[in-house]
Design a protein around this ligand. Structure first.
Ligand SMILES: [Zn+2]
Length: 415
């Protein structure tokens, strides 16, 4: 059982029965705000409580700090690394690198506040046991990789554990949700062959495929292509708000078949299709995803620090317990709440990591076989210095299993 010690009886009288709750808040754009507000000057930055600190206090985009994470009983926070949508390839690449650096620095400077980087799912569970808050990294926008599997691998090496295939415009190999809007024309019908290669390489690496922001054809092709469960990191139910950013019921049913998860966004434009929404509206979306896909396929996406409007009652990361109280009142059990709060995401993350080590190969067999869970469990993983050479791996206590001369897929080109 996964433990969370960040408990509070302030909101829920029965919370003392919930001591085994893990809240994984998916998709938080805090690094973007740190870069925007502080211009990367982190020396004086204190993350404890930003409610009285300018410019955070007056910004509609600021919803996260350590105190509120603790009040919200958050145990694992996934930070989104957004990339620039630009024709300039270098800009696309250096923004994710900047933001990963911001997260690393922020974690380092606040290590006394129980934050740790979690590169593998077992590290989240271990952080829990240590009473620390786990931090994960996702990259939002396939533009970050351009059309290079090598760059994708590098982002994984730097800690990225999911990639959102598109952002608000197409990549050369995947189409985004705006293609579904009236008057728009699809060019490649969702994913190109190279886009499929990206997904298979993510399977091989053990990286989650994120389908928020993509078009419906892209969702369907990606779900057919991926050998591991996929996620929607911040999308809601299309049946309740017909934004192209939301997931239609037929895709929810397909998602359940492949054991994936939709993590519901709190952005009012995706909840009520307007500028105002409420906690109850969010609960209705969560209920709908549960009704169509099942209790094992719903999670929390929120989107805090990346949205400038929030639902009434869910103004920041401290409010998650209020949402759980609403769902309890709607008849959800404590076990159901645990699944929504984090266990479903943990299950998907584990399945993605298992796929990475699956013998027999989902990619080419040999490639998938090279890294197996027992080889990295308990070892020091030295990121950024992993090399394609067994000797180096052994010398530096790195991930083992790489074979000198192993071939990598020859798919680093657009099609
Ligand atoms: Zn987004």
């Amino acid at each position: 059982m996964i433990l969370v010690q960040f408990c509070s009886s302030r909101i829920l009288p029965s919370y003392n029965q919930w001591n085994f709750l893990l809240i994984c808040s998916r998709h938080n754009d805090l690094p973007w705000n740190i870069r925007k507000f502080l211009k990367n000057q982190l020396r004086e930055f204190r993350f404890d409580d930003l409610r009285d600190t300018q410019p955070w206090a007056r910004s509609a985009w600021s919803h996260t700090d350590l105190r509120r994470l603790k009040e919200g009983m958050v145990a694992a926070q996934v930070s989104s690394i957004i990339t620039a949508i630009t024709r300039e390839r270098l800009v696309r690449l250096f923004l994710p690198l900047f933001n990963i650096r911001i997260i690393s620095l922020c974690l380092f400077r606040n290590s006394e506040h129980f934050i740790s980087v979690s590169l593998f799912v077992y590290r989240i569970e271990r952080a829990h046991k240590e009473g620390r808050l786990a931090s994960l990294i996702g990259v939002e926008g396939g533009h970050a990789v351009g059309a290079s599997l090598a760059v994708l691998r590098m982002l994984y090496e730097l800690g990225a554990r999911y990639l959102t295939l598109t952002h608000t415009c197409n990549t050369p190999w995947a189409e985004c949700s705006t293609v579904d809007e009236p008057g728009q024309v699809a060019r490649i019908g969702g994913l190109s062959n190279f886009g499929k290669s990206i997904i298979l390489e993510m399977n091989r690496l053990g990286m989650m495929v994120d389908l928020s922001h993509v078009s419906v054809p892209t969702m369907l092709v990606a779900m057919r292509t991926s050998k591991a469960p996929v996620i929607f990191s911040h999308s809601s139910a299309h049946a309740l708000c017909n934004s192209s950013r939301n997931v239609p019921d037929h895709a929810l049913r397909r998602l359940a078949q492949i054991n994936g998860i939709v993590m519901v966004s709190f952005y009012p434009h995706f909840i009520s299709c307007g500028e105002k929404s409420t906690l109850e509206d969010v609960a209705a979306h969560i209920d709908h995803v549960r009704k169509i896909a099942g209790i094992d396929h719903v999670g929390i996406g929120a989107g805090y620090d990346g949205i400038n409007l929030t639902p009434t009652g869910l103004e920041d990361v401290s409010k998650y317990p209020e949402l759980f109280a609403e769902l309890l009142a709607r008849g959800w059990s404590e076990k159901d709440i645990q699944k929504l709060a984090g266990l479903n995401l943990i299950r998907v993350f584990k399945a993605v990591e298992e796929e990475r080590s699956m013998p027999g190969g989902k990619f080419s067999g040999k490639l998938v076989n090279r890294i197996q869970a027992p080889m990295y469990e308990g070892r020091v993983v030295c990121l950024g210095r992993r090399v394609w050479n067994r000797g180096w791996c052994e010398d530096f206590g790195m991930i083992q299993g790489e074979q000198p001369g192993d071939k990598v897929p020859d798919t680093d080109k657009e099609d």
